[in-house]
Design a protein around this ligand. Sequence first.
Ligand SMILES: [Zn+2]
Length: 184
Amino acid sequence: MVWLAVLAGAIYLLHRGAVMVDADKLPPEVRDLWRSATAKARGLSNLPTDPVHLRRLAWLATVEPRVLAVLRARWPQARRTSAYRAPSVNAAVDGSPSSLHAQGLALDFTDGGSTSDFRPWLDAVRDAVRAGVIPAPLEVIAESNPPHLHIGWRDPLEGAVSAPRYFSEIGDRSRGERRKLVVV
Ligand SMILES: [Zn+2]
């Protein structure tokens, strides 16, 4: 029965993300999730070192094309602008320390600059979640500064999200206004 205990242990460690993963050997669509213009410009490393984050990013890489397909059906210029952020990079962009980006569980999308109201994007994602096209997120936020759509998920190993929360951000932080999220 020893082999059974060893197997159970190996499965447990794999699920906990405790098995070492060589980030450089992961597929390009996964490695693309930590490519960061901010990190490059500031000489910071954005390489995820936590195996749990790497496991989540490998999952996120399977979700991203589904979100892009939904958005590009209506906004062909839609693109993903941000995914993983190492703590130093997250601080450099003024991200919350508890940001799901720093956990390897969030994606940001824009159209490259011409749209400032992302509530229609939020509605498109909500419809796709209800249709089962996109896994239910933890939070979807139409952000105002800079304008983009933020989507954050719970670690899929922690169970499905039954009630995603959809927010619109009120208050332009660039003008010193307080950020407030309102449920939409
Ligand atoms: Zn975000």
